[in-house]
Design a protein around this ligand. Structure first.
Ligand code: SF4
Ligand code: SF4
Length: 591
């Protein structure tokens, strides 16, 4: 009997890559795909790395595929935007070692800044797109994808959604195929994407997609389930298929494991047998548009939401509205859950920074990382947030517009160390270009020595705090080398020092850069002796509460009428920030 395990979609992808003879996997951490690389690392046969950003991760995988090694790169959907430049040219080449790009899409934006549907990106980049809906399929499609990639010399996008990444299912394990890399043979036409090679590549890409359409006609990856008497055919894919099956409807289903290219011949044949074709898919009407473009009469998005996940009740409602099944269209009464915004951890080094910025009432350009939470209550102390590394250019642009409008207010920008290395550095290089006397920008680099938001993966400066992380890049040295002179390093747990540094930076014209040096409390498990409140000294001013550290709350002490501050000793990590903001010294460190 075959060995079985309960795996998440992410774990199953890692396993599939191992079983499929994968040799190199690279990634940049981001939800919902971060655990793929965490799991690939257990297989010693595979070289695995978290690279500096998605573009670099892709380039690493390209090099390995050029050598004929089976390669995989994984990232969240917006990461593909960062990798897009090399991707759009690499995908013109005839693939040597099987190549898979895993894109983690996020319908409903559970942990992302947008909801882009990367099936469109996959088509745009001339890739074939596989779309798993369960853990077993996640594993199987990776293996199938590596095979298709080599046979058709086509790059594969495995487009997976967050619920499939994190959901669990039983997966049958198999042995590893040891696929020896074919090596790199010099071939300018194949690997050098300049005209006239690129002209030929256009025809090559068209041809391989047409050949793959023939494969799609009979492939077991696309499953046809016909029900006698059904007048409607539902075409669907991914997790939506499994949600649809829960309804146990007597309707025929064509489940696409490969959503691009689709065998139009197959769908045309089916269209002759059915009165209606209904497409059920999350996010954009991708399959619907593909079929419409080929003249196939079908319906879809007019009954189903263009945004968010399609759950069982959404599918049922859409099919009732479409008149495919009977029943009453019910209002979906989702249970009322009190919203609880995410919070900075106890002793998080970001907290004193945002406490100060909030009190200063200054404009703050935010970026992507744990510190994105500063946008939310209770701080609400960051006022823009677009994409990784964007704060630096945004701050410069706003600064230039402000000065030209006679607005001399200072402007502050925050960026983490991981984000600095990912894509913030180029912004800092650009800052010095066309400097003007009136510029007044203060940049705070929150160097907590880890990529904390995604679970503490290493980045360029992690090795400064933890030797085993092996990269020891000094952000200050990089900035000095670029020509930035006003760069100071400050320990933000010395509240007065960081407050003075930010105050001085914002008052002074020019470009001021403050590197806040405290490492992540969670990653480096910082735990000092806890603090407590003496209720007889406390004047109930709530200054400590406003630092928003989870262990602090106002309580009723025996014999004291007014509410006074209190600290939960178990969750306090002893960072001392609350003690430093208390005006009457009521907060003390335990013995
Ligand atoms: S010392 Fe104060 S601010 Fe620091 S972790 Fe404890 S309660 Fe929070
Ligand atoms: S800051 Fe000090 S005085 Fe104010 S509530 Fe907290 S413990 Fe009490």
């Amino acid at each position: 009997m075959k060995e079985k395990q309960v795996l998440t979609g992410n774990e199953a992808i890692a396993r599939g890559f191992y079983e499929g003879g994968g040799r190199l996997a690279s990634s940049y951490p981001g939800s919902p795909t971060v655990e793929i690389m965490e799991n690939v690392k257990q297989y010693k046969e595979v070289y695995a790395e978290f690279s500096t950003n998605e573009k670099v991760a892709l380039e690493v995988a390209i090099g390995s595929s050029f050598y004929g090694a089976r390669s995989m790169v994984s990232m969240k959907h917006v990461g593909v935007n960062v990798a897009a430049d090399p991707l759009m040219t690499f995908t013109q080449t005839p693939i040597n070692g099987g190549f898979i790009l895993v894109s983690g899409d996020d319908p409903g934006m559970a942990s992302s800044q947008n909801e882009q549907d990367n099936r469109i990106f996959g088509k745009f980049a001339n890739m074939a797109i596989l779309y798993p809906g369960s853990s077993q399929e996640s594993k199987d499609y990776i293996k199938e994808g590596l095979m298709i990639s080599e046979e058709y010399q086509i790059p594969i996008m495995l487009d997976i959604t967050s619920r499939v990444c994190h959901g669990r299912g039983i997966v049958e394990l198999g042995p590893r195929i040891d696929k020896v890399p074919s090596g790199f043979t010099k071939d300018q036409e194949k690997y050098t994407m300049l005209p006239p090679n690129t002209f030929k590549a256009q025809y090559f890409m068209k041809d391989r997609l047409e050949r793959l359409e023939d494969y799609a006609y009979n492939s077991s990856i696309n499953v046809l389930e016909e029900v006698e008497g059904s007048e409607t055919l539902i075409i669907t894919s991914g997790l939506v298929y499994y949600n649809l099956k829960e309804l146990e409807l007597p309707i025929s289903i064509y489940k696409l494991g490969m959503v691009y290219p689709i065998s139009i011949k197959k769908v045309e044949e089916l269209a002759k047998k059915y009165k209606r074709i209904i497409i059920i898919e999350e996010m954009m009407p991708f399959v619907e548009n593909e079929l419409r473009l080929k003249g196939i009469d079908c319906e879809g998005k007019k009954y189903f939401s263009f945004t968010g996940e399609l759950q069982i009740e959404d599918i049922e409602r859409g099919l009732i509205e479409a008149g495919v099944i009977s029943g009453e269209v019910k209002d979906i009464n989702k249970p009322k859950i009190i919203s609880r915004p995410p919070m900075f951890c106890s002793g998080c080094p970001h907290r004193p920074i945002f406490d100060i910025l909030k009190k200063m009432k200054v404009k703050v350009m935010g970026d992507i990382g744990c510190y994105s939470m500063a946008v939310l209550p209770a701080f609400e102390a960051a006022h823009t947030m677009i994409s990784m590394g964007a704060t630096v250019g945004i701050t410069k642009g706003m600064n230039k517009a402000m000065r030209r409008n006679g607005d001399d207010e200072p402007i502050v920008s925050v960026i983490g160390d991981g984000t600095f290395f990912h894509s913030g550095m180029t912004g800092f290089a650009n800052l010095l270009h066309q400097r003007e006397e009136d510029d007044n920008m203060t940049f705070i680099i929150l160097d907590n020595r880890t990529t904390a938001m995604t679970g503490g993966q290493h980045n360029g400066s992690s090795g400064n705090y933890n030797e085993s992380e092996d990269m020891h890049i000094s952000i200050k040295s990089i900035l000095n080398t670029m020509g930035h002179e006003d760069v100071v390093e400050v320990d933000q747990f010395i509240y007065k020092d960081i407050k003075d540094a930010i105050n001085n930076g914002t008052k002074r014209k020019g470009i001021s850069i403050i590197i806040a040096t405290r490492p992540c409390a969670l990653k480096y498990k910082i735990k000092e002796k806890h603090f407590y409140v003496d209720p007889n000294i406390c004047i109930s001013c709530r200054s400590c509460v406003k630092t928003n550290c989870p262990p602090i709350r106002m309580i009723k002490y025996d014999g004291i009428e007014k509410l006074k501050s209190s600290i939960d000793p178990d969750s306090c990590v002893g960072c001392s920030v609350c003690a430093q903001v208390c005006p009457v010294n009521a907060i003390k460190r335990s013995e």
